[in-house]
Design a protein around this ligand. Structure first.
Ligand SMILES: [Zn+2]
Length: 86
């Protein structure tokens, strides 16, 4: 999924945080990138509210999918741990 920067029109990437990755593992990093802002190479961090409404709703769907993936991952890890303990 690629979005355009509302300021300069270049492609932006979902922001990521290595701190969130260390604190919460893969799930934390996923949640952070689902709800964090976007990064433009030229303008830096762009808050979601600067994007047009239709883009924001697309981002919402993308974020929900990412959260869904994070929850599935978490459940998968719990099941794996439970299975390994038997
Ligand atoms: Zn920009």
């Amino acid at each position: 999924m690629a979005y355009q920067c509302p300021r300069c029109g270049q492609a932006v990437a979902r922001g990521s945080s290595s701190t969130a990755g260390i604190a919460g593992g893969l799930v934390g990093a996923l949640l952070y990138s689902a709800f964090g802002g976007f990064q433009c190479k030229k303008c830096g961090t762009i808050p979601k509210k600067e994007f047009p409404p239709e883009v924001q709703s697309k981002m919402m769907v993308g974020s929900l999918l990412m959260v869904g993936a994070a929850v599935l991952l978490l459940v998968g890890v719990i099941v794996l741990v439970a299975v390994l303990q038997h």
